[in-house]
Design a protein around this ligand. Structure first.
Ligand code: KIV
Length: 279
C-alpha cells in the first residue's frame, strides 16, 4: 500500500502507529521500504552519520538532493520526506519555496521537513501553497544546537512547554501535514498529540505520539560511542559487519578465499594452447 499524507492522517485517526526511519542511500532505503515502514526521512542527520560532521549545520542542498534522489529511487510504498538543510529556508520565503521545490523535482521526495514554530509559519504557508506537503519539527531541533548550547531536552519549564504547544498549533494552522517532536518530555508530547489534528511523530518524546522515528544507524547498532537514552538498539548490525570484514581479511590472507565455487573455469585446450604460446 502506498503511504501518502491522507494515509498518515487516517493512521492518526484510527490509532495505528506511524513508523518512520531515516535512510540516505538506495540499498538501505530498499530494505526499509520492503519491510513496510510508513515513511522514510532523508534527515540532515546525514551530516553526522554519512559525512562525519559534528552536527547538521554544514549540510548543503546539494547533499540533500543527492541522497534524497537515491532513496526515492528505492522507495516504492513509503512516504518520502526530505529535510531542508540549515539556511535553505530561513533567509527568505522565496528561497524556502525554491529549495523545497528542488527536493521534490530533483530529489523525488513527497514532502519536505523544516525546523521551527512561529518563526517559520510564513515559509510553511508558502511551501504548502506551492502544493508541497510540509512536515514541521519542534523541540530539540538540531539546527539550533548553538542556541540550545548542546543537544538538550526542550520544553521542561512552564514557559517553554507553553511555547511548544503554541508553536504546534501555529504550524498546524499554517498547513503542516505532520510534526516531528524531538527531545521533549513524554507527557508534554502526549498533550500536544491530543491537541493536534495532524499526526505527531516522536523521537525522544515518549509513546504518546502518533508515530516514532529513529535514525537507522542508531537503532541497528551501527553507531559507536554514546547512545542517547531514547534509542533502542533493535539489532547489532555493526558487530555482524565487523565479523564479516575480519573473516574476509583472514580468509583472503590465508588463501581460503576465493574458493573453487567463486572462480570461473576455462576450457583445458585453450589453457594448454596459451601456455604453449607463452613458453
Ligand atoms: O535529521 C534527522 O534525522 C531528523 C530526525 C532525527 C527526526 O531530523
Amino acid at each position: 500500500m502506498k503511504n501518502t499524507v491522507s494515509t498518515l492522517m487516517q493512521q492518526k485517526q484510527s490509532g495505528d502507529k506511524i513508523t518512520m526511519l531515516t535512510a540516505y542511500d538506495y540499498t538501505t532505503a530498499k530494505i526499509i521500504d520492503e519491510c513496510g515502514v510508513n515513511a522514510i526521512l532523508i534527515g540532515d542527520s546525514l551530516g553526522m552519520v554519512m559525512l562525519g560532521y559534528e552536527n547538521t549545520l554544514p549540510v548543503t542542498m546539494e547533499d540533500m538532493i543527492h541522497h534524497t534522489a537515491a532513496v526515492s529511487r528505492a522507495a516504492e510504498n513509503a512516504f518520502v520526506v526530505a529535510d531542508m538543510p540549515f539556511l535553505s529556508y530561513q533567509i527568505s520565503v522565496q528561497e524556502a519555496v525554491a529549495n523545497a521545490g528542488r527536493l521534490i523535482k530533483e530529489g523525488g521526495a513527497h514532502a519536505v521537513k523544516l525546523e521551527g514554530g512561529a518563526e517559520v509559519c510564513e515559509q510553511i504557508r508558502a511551501i504548502v501553497n506551492a502544493s508541497i506537503p510540509v512536515v514541521a519539527h519542534l523541540g530539540l531541533t538540531p539546527q539550533s544546537v548553538n542556541v540550545f548550547g548542546g543537544f538538550k531536552v526542550q520544553g521542561k519549564s512552564l514557559d517553554k512547554a507553553k511555547k511548544l504547544i503554541s508553536d504546534a498549533l501555529l504550524i498546524q494552522e499554517a498547513g503542516a501535514c505532520a510534526v516531528v517532536l524531538e527531545g521533549i518530555p513524554a507527557k508534554l508530547a502526549e498533550i500536544i498529540t491530543k491537541k493536534l489534528m495532524i499526526p505527531t511523530i516522536g523521537i525522544g518524546a515518549g509513546s504518546g505520539c502518533d508515530g516514532q522515528v529513529l535514525v537507522y544507524q542508531d537503532m541497528l547498532g551501527l553507531t559507536t560511542g554514546h547512545t542517547p537514552k531514547f534509542v533502542k538498539r533493535f539489532a547489532e548490525v555493526g558487530e555482524l559487519m565487523r565479523k564479516g570484514i575480519t573473516d574476509y581479511i583472514s580468509e583472503t590472507k590465508s588463501g581460503e578465499f576465493p574458493a573453487q565455487e567463486h572462480t570461473y573455469a576455462i576450457d583445458e585446450d585453450v589453457i594448454s594452447q596459451i601456455i604453449k604460446e607463452c613458453e
